[in-house]
Write a new protein. Structure first.
Length: 371
């Protein structure tokens, strides 16, 4: 039968993701609007975005946090253009965005000494193939595949290369082994439900040393430049952004950070995402027609949860459309390059009660299109 209870919040998109519970524009501190980002209030807000991020995430001493242009993509691109070429590069890719970084390394930067390790959607390549003398590029959580790296045991403590980690759908939802990661990127619109257009770039002291000692063979666009005269432009990591940011988006991000503190900090945000995944696990375990795209349980993402269904691709599209029409779940179709299925965001801004309300509707939609 058609369910009668709907999620209070039907926003399960994997980006931009659902706003935090209780979100309201009226809660934002907007004294920065109409002011220069270089004014005292502008720099204070941007500086807070950097310092409070480092504090909540518990970053090691010496790690720097900067607000950069063009979302997570911009953060990854600017670091690749700035530090690669000094060593051979190992690229691990098992979904759309990791494949994009491999394309950039081989076809845009055209590096010669590149090793690619790939796997199909739902699987991880053998991460132990990483060479500690090489730079390594990988995603921590494959947003379009629902597959995460379960640990960083494969990263050597004695590595000479840099580890460059696209963690856009992992930061604030998963334990990150910061000492193993030299560059980490993410965006506001994922786990924190912030706005798009701005990226976060986290650098270890080893990454800074590379920036200051290596000059690439190619031109670096102004918007990517992080050094001047062979030294890091430290202001970038104090809120003195390379280009003009949206101060409204900054206010939105600071609101999200305040919310994380209010629920108990990083451990609470991670616990919420884990609890949300458990809701989906219970559903999949009891439905023979629903399956995780991820093949190994310890690789299951607790944010971008990807499911395959025992349906034809066109039937899956019909089910997704039904759920949208009923205002039950928006934007949960699989990524365009991924196998047909569902992608349900389970990050910390999503309430378990809404997921529980959604599940009977999945049963209903499956029955409607499979009969």
């Amino acid at each position: 039968m058609k369910p009668t209870i709907k999620p209070a919040n039907p926003n399960f998109s994997s980006g931009p993701c659902s706003k935090r519970p209780g979100y309201s524009l009226t809660n934002l501190h907007v004294d920065t609007l109409g002011r220069s980002h270089r004014s005292s209030v502008g720099k204070l807000a941007l500086g807070r975005a950097c310092s409070e991020t480092a504090d909540i995430l518990g970053l090691p001493e010496g790690y720097r946090v900067g607000v950069v242009p063009a979302s997570d993509t911009g953060a990854v691109e600017m670091i690749m253009w700035s530090v690669l070429g000094a060593r051979p590069v190992d690229v691990f890719a098992w979904e759309s965005f990791g494949s994009g970084w491999l394309t950039d390394v081989t076809k845009q930067l055209k590096l010669d000494n590149v090793n690619s390790y790939t796997a199909d959607y739902g699987q991880l390549p053998d991460m132990s193939q990483a060479n500690p003398d090489h730079d390594v590029i990988f995603t921590w959580n494959g947003t379009t595949a629902g597959v995460k790296v379960p640990n960083a045991d494969w990263i050597s403590d004695d590595r000479r290369g840099l580890t460059i980690c696209d963690a856009t759908s992992a930061v604030f939802a998963m334990d990150m082994p910061w000492e193993k990661l030299d560059v980490v990127t993410y965006s506001w619109q994922k786990v924190l439900g912030g706005e798009g257009g701005h990226g976060m770039l986290i650098l270890s002291p080893r990454a800074v040393e590379r920036l200051e000692s290596h000059t690439p063979d190619w031109p670096i666009p102004k918007i990517f430049r992080m050094t001047k005269g062979g030294k890091l432009i430290e202001g970038i990591f104090r809120g003195e952004t390379i280009n003009t940011p949206s101060m409204l988006c900054v206010a939105d991000y600071l609101d999200a950070l305040d919310w994380v503190r209010s629920i108990g900090g990083l451990p609470a945000a991670i616990a919420k995402s884990n609890a949300n995944l458990d809701v989906i696990k219970g559903f999949v375990d009891s439905r023979p027609w629903a399956h995780f795209l991820a093949q190994e349980e310890d690789q299951l993402s607790n944010t971008s949860v990807c499911l395959t269904l025992d349906l034809e691709p066109e039937q899956v599209k019909q089910a997704v459309k039904l759920l949208d029409t009923e205002a039950v779940a928006y934007d949960i179709g699989a990524y365009r390059d991924a196998p047909a299925g569902l992608r349900i965001w389970c990050g910390a801004t999503v309430e378990a009660s809404d997921l529980n309300a959604l599940l009977p509707w999945l049963d209903w939609a499956y029955t409607q299109v499979s009969g």
